[in-house]
Unconditional design. Sequence first.
Length: 102
Amino acid sequence: MERIRVDFAKLVSDVAERFQSQHGIPVNPGARYELVKRALPYQDQVELELSSGKITTEFLEQSIYTVLENAAEIARERGRTAVGEDTTEESMKKYCPYLFWC
């Protein structure tokens, strides 16, 4: 089985850019960093699950996107115009679609 490698910083950045263009709400660097920081301790586990077919890259992307959607909702409720580190953290506490990410 060939091991699939994941560049979490690129993955998060790509999803955040797509999210921003689709929703018109910026994702601050602190929010992006929070997502990467939370994933790094689980890199081996995530790569093993990707390599074995247990999860897909699309699933990871959708998991990040869901966290950002919830973070954006929290930000809007607080009258903010961007997704920040704190709203991202709160979003992951509220609902995390992929356990090893949060």
